[in-house]
Design a protein around this ligand. Sequence first.
Ligand SMILES: C[S@@+](CC[C@H](N)C(=O)[O-])C[C@H]1O[C@@H](n2cnc3c(N)ncnc32)[C@H](O)[C@@H]1O
Length: 281
Amino acid sequence: MDTTSSGKRREFDYSRREFSRVQKLIHARVGIHLGDNKQEMVYSRLARRLRATGIRSVGVYLDQLDDPDHPEWQQFINALTTNLTAFFRESHHFDTLQTHLKTHFRNQNRIRIWCCAASTGEEPYSIAMTAIEALGSARQGIEVIATDVDTRALETASAAMYDLDRVAKLPKAFLKRFFLRGVGKNQGRVRLKNEVRNLVTFQHVNLLDRNWPLEEPVDFIFCRNVFIYFENQTQAALLKRFHSLLNEKGLFFAGHSESLISGGDLFKSLGKTVFSPVRSR
Ligand SMILES: C[S@@+](CC[C@H](N)C(=O)[O-])C[C@H]1O[C@@H](n2cnc3c(N)ncnc32)[C@H](O)[C@@H]1O
């Protein structure tokens, strides 16, 4: 049996060697760069999978992933992604979206918004609520396409049900307008109203996939707090693809620490990690 750096005995064999295998596997498949300081985090996340599958060592667990089609692959990805998110996270982006929708998209029939690292759904639902606020609930033709590589997060997202503490900071009137309070076994939870849910569709998409199942053009792209896991080269390649997908009067929203340095001449910064595509090249 193996020990941790603090000398505690581990339940499963795990060493630096297995950790580097994990780093290589997850990087090659989804682009996530796991820093060397993540060795213990990886152990605790994979330990759950080993318990669930009855496998006794991390090495044997990882051997299964030699087969790229092994069903454990998706569980491995789900275990290693970080899904931290919140309703109206970086709220200034939603103010910008609202203004831009009112100013430039009021008369466009179909509006398509891609939220490409949608996690457990708080972000795409915030987008949908913003669109309803901007253009009215009677407005047809708004589509929020919410995608993520983590299937477990997507399941939570499509259920549209959240603990009350997840919405505690939202104004009361807003809660009343867009959420239903759970009763019975759902006491202490809220659910998004169908008016909001109907605008959002969920799909499994790995940003590293050669083809994305998306129709062009897309009017807005939210790609927030996922680039931090990717290296510059991956970011640059993705930015090129986002750029060619984006409507020229559309916007690209990045996460708070993502400056798009490697986006170079493709995007113009409008401040606060909002970008517009540059066309004259
Ligand atoms: C920290 S969360 C960010 C959630 C949300 N965008 C926000 O800003 O609140 C990062 C998300 O990126 C997803 N992700 C990581 N690598 C991905 C990839 N290659 N393709 C698609 N999604 C990915 C993860 O599954 C996770 O849900």
